[in-house]
Design a protein around this ligand. Structure first.
Ligand code: DLL
Length: 439
């Protein structure tokens, strides 16, 4: 465990606004946003279809009268149908990491970039960043919002950036050692690779000066946090965001680390039942929906993220007044339905991390031979458990089988594979291969 202590620090006063003041501010900004989106033909149509005129939207209570926006809508408007400003006023473009086809392009004005840096500075400050720290950013720098988003957030705090970008793990570690880096920023799955490299190469942990890390960009579990914290002797913080909404900076953990504070002065959040589209109760899981309140270039109304999480409106010990979101348990489009049971890759991860002798590198393959779903989990053994004894291998498989069954209620085929045999990822991990036809 880390001996590093993160003191409770708050970046700006908007984080602690009394709820009443926040609602008034949100109402005013919502009305402005609704006016602004009238410059976008897509929203003109949507508002007309819903029979709403912008002047009718005056307070936060009117949010639910507005139409939803989906990923499919954004695809149809590719590349810049959702732009609410002249192209001359755009300062930067990014794109979301689409697994297939074209990315979804997003745009920022100068003011948007300023807002974004401020939002990233908030969660970074909440999670330990001080102006005297140096931060290694091992996210991709490119269309992906992770690299540049965090980069400007770190600079906004006044700390120094080492823009290492993703990949080349030996070099990452060389930099971390030589530059005595204080904090690491990357995806949790890439952090796992970095940690693995450090262990495999017998690099003494005290040669590193690393104190904490900010991970985001993909789902991860509490067990994964414990694992990385133990291996690297650091504190790990979770932060969340998506390009369509702004990028990283939508929410992040504070020193209490009990949920991610949503920057509600910049976004309104809802949590809905993805089937009925009705709000779920606080604490209940549902799909997160965000409405931007201060974006100029690409304001967005009620964006259905497909991310499944729950909201906690209880006040936090840190003094921030914002609603906190739980970890994202999965994206509704990553959810597997196996024999009629809903399973998220994060549940498998949780099970595997609880079985000694397995490395947290896994792949889930699903197929449907003879019209019956069959799920196979390929999991790497750790070096010390890799054994020629059939009996030991069988015992390990049985343990994994029981752990997965305990969490998902399902039996899956377990395939043990040798250490270091599964592909490693430097950005977002791809852990599921579904051979069944979708649809
Ligand atoms: O991943 C933005 C980001 C970059 C956030 C770096 C945090 C750090 P996209 O590429 O558009 O943007 O992917 C967004 O990634 O809808 C979630 O499904 C997932 N995601 C992002 N952060 C988390 C997280 C960036 N902390 C999609 N936990 C989102 C779980 C996350 N899932």
């Amino acid at each position: 465990m880390s001996t590093f202590v993160v003191e409770n620090r708050i970046w700006d006063q908007a984080e602690t606004l009394p709820r009443g003041e926040l609602a008034a501010l949100q109402g005013a900004k919502l009305a402005e946003t609704v006016e602004r989106v009238q410059r976008i033909p897509f929203y003109q149509r949507k508002f007309a279809e819903a029979g709403i005129s912008p002047g009718q939207i005056k307070s936060v209570d009117d949010l639910q009268r507005l139409p939803f926006t989906t990923k499919a809508d954004l695809r149809e408007e590719y590349p810049l149908g959702m732009l609410a400003v002249d192209r001359a006023d755009v300062a930067r473009y990014h794109g979301s990491s689409g697994t297939t086809g074209k990315p979804t392009m997003v745009a920022y004005t100068r003011n948007d970039l300023n807002t974004w840096a401020n939002l990233c500075a908030r969660f970074l400050t909440g999670g330990g960043l001080l102006p005297e720290h140096s931060v290694q950013i091992a996210f991709g720098y490119g269309l992906f919002t992770g690299g540049f988003g965090l980069h400007y957030g770190v600079e906004r705090v006044g700390a120094s950036v080492i823009p290492a970008a993703a990949g080349n793990t030996p070099k990452q570690i060389m930099l971390m050692l030589d530059m005595q880096v204080d904090a690491l920023v990357c995806t949790p799955s890439y952090a796992l690779n970095i940690s693995e490299f450090i262990i495999q190469n017998d690099i003494p942990r005290n040669a590193l000066n690393l104190k904490y890390a900010h991970f985001g960009g993909e789902p991860w579990t509490e067990d994964m946090r414990t694992r990385i914290e133990d291996e690297l002797g650091i504190l790990c913080f979770n932060n969340y965001g998506l390009s369509e909404v702004i990028g990283p900076g939508v929410s992040g953990e504070c020193a209490v680390r009990d949920g991610m504070h949503i920057s509600e002065d910049a976004f309104m959040v809802e949590c809905i039942n993805p089937e009925t589209l009705e709000p779920v109760a606080p604490g209940e899981e549902g799909e997160l929906v965000f409405t931007s309140l201060c974006k100029e270039a690409m304001p967005i109304i009620r964006y259905r993220t497909r991310d499944i999480a729950s909201l906690n409106p209880e006040p936090c010990a840190c003094g921030r007044t914002s609603v906190r979101m739980s970890r994202v348990t999965g994206r509704s489009d990553d959810m597997l339905i196996i024999k009629g049971v809903n399973v998220y890759p994060s549940q498998i991860e949780q099970a595997l991390l609880r079985v000694e002798g397995t490395a947290p590198h896994y792949r889930i393959e699903v197929d449907r031979p003879d019209r019956k779903d069959v799920a196979t989990v390929k999991v790497e053994m750790t070096e010390d458990r890799f054994s020629p004894s059939v009996k030991e291998m069988q015992e390990l498989k049985d343990k994994i089988d029981r752990a997965i069954q305990g969490i998902t209620g399902l039996r899956m085929n377990i395939e043990l594979v040798s250490p270091n045999s599964l592909e490693r990822f430097v950005g977002k991990a791809q852990r599921v291969i579904d051979h069944r036809k979708k649809g």
